[in-house]
Ligand binder design. Sequence first.
Ligand SMILES: Cc1cc2nc3c(=O)[nH]c(=O)nc-3n(C[C@H](O)[C@H](O)[C@H](O)COP(=O)(O)OP(=O)(O)OC[C@H]3O[C@@H](n4cnc5c(N)ncnc54)[C@H](O)[C@@H]3O)c2cc1C
Length: 290
Amino acid sequence: MISGTQLIEKVLFKIAKQWIAGNTVDDALTSAKKAYKLRRHAIINKLGEYHTSKKQIKVCIDEYRKIIKSFRKWKIRGAISVKPTQIGLSISQKECYRSFEKIILDARKAHVFVWLDMESSEHTDEIIEIYHTFFSKYERLGIALQANLKRTENDLNDLLDIGAKIRLVKGAYREKASISFKTRKDVDNNFVKLMKILFRKGNEFAIASHDTKIIQKAQSLSKKYPKKFEFQFLKGIREELKQDLIKKKFVVSDYIPYGVNWLPYSIRRIKERKRNILLLGSSLIQSHRV
Ligand SMILES: Cc1cc2nc3c(=O)[nH]c(=O)nc-3n(C[C@H](O)[C@H](O)[C@H](O)COP(=O)(O)OP(=O)(O)OC[C@H]3O[C@@H](n4cnc5c(N)ncnc54)[C@H](O)[C@@H]3O)c2cc1C
C-alpha cells in the first residue's frame, strides 16, 4: 500500500513536471529544443545547491560541460545558469573558482553564455567577486541581482560601470528585515527603480519576472530606451504571455531546471502562488479517490 508521504511525493512530481525538464541532461536538452522550436532561447540549470561532496560537485561540472558541448549538436540557442554553491562555494571560494574555470573554458570554446544565479545574502559578496574575476576573462557572462535586497542599487550601479550583464529578479530567499524589503509593494517598487537604471545605463540585460505589471513597464521603457535585453521566465509559467512577447518581437528565454533534486524547487514554485496550492490540494484529493 502507498504511504501518505509517497502519495504526496507522487502528486507533487506530477505537478512538478510542468516546471522541470526531467532527471537527465538529455531531458534538459529535449526541453530546450522544444523551447527553441517555439522561438525561445533556453537557459539550463541543474537542480541542487549547497553541495559539499566533491563527487557531487564533479558530477555538476561534468554535466554543465556536457550541456555546453551539446548545444551546437542539438542545434539549440542555449545558455547555462550555475549556482555557485553547487560547484564548490559551500566548501571554499577557491574550490568554486577551480570548478567555474573549467566551465568557463568550455563555454568560451563553444561561445555559450553563462549566467551566475544569485543565492542567499550570505553569498552576495562572494558571487559578485566571482563575477568580476571571470567577466574580465569572458564577456558572455551574466549575474542575477535581487530587488528584495537593499544593497542591490549600489551593486547594480557598480556592476554596470564595468559593463556587466545583469538578470534582475525579485529574489527567492527569505532575508532579514534589516537588509531587505519585506512587503511585496516595496520589492516591486525597488524592482521598477532598478529596472529604470538598467534601461538607462545597461545593455544586454534580462528582466526575469512573471509579474504582468513589471513586464508591461519593461515594454514601455524599451520604447524610450531601445536596449538589447530579454525577458526570462521559468519553464512552464506564463506560457501565453511568452508567445505574446515573441509575437511583439521581444526575446524570450525559458529557464529550464533539470535533475533529481526537484522537490525543494517545486515547493518554492507552489508556495509562490495561491492557485498552485489549490492545484496541489485538488490533485491530492483526486489521487486519493483513484
Ligand atoms: C529566469 C529566472 C531566473 C531566476 N533566477 C533567480 C536567481 O538567480 N536568484 C534568485 O534569488 N531568484 C531567482 N529567480 C526567482 C525570483 O527571484 C522570484 O522568486 C520568482 O521569479 C517569483 O517572482 P516574480 O517576479 O515572478 O513575481 P511574483 O510577485 O512572485 O509573482 C507575480 C505574478 O506572476 C505570476 N506568477 C508568479 N509565480 C507563478 C507561478 N509559479 N505560477 C504561475 N504564475 C506565477 C502571478 O500572476 C503572480 O501574481 C529567478 C526567476 C526567473 C524567472
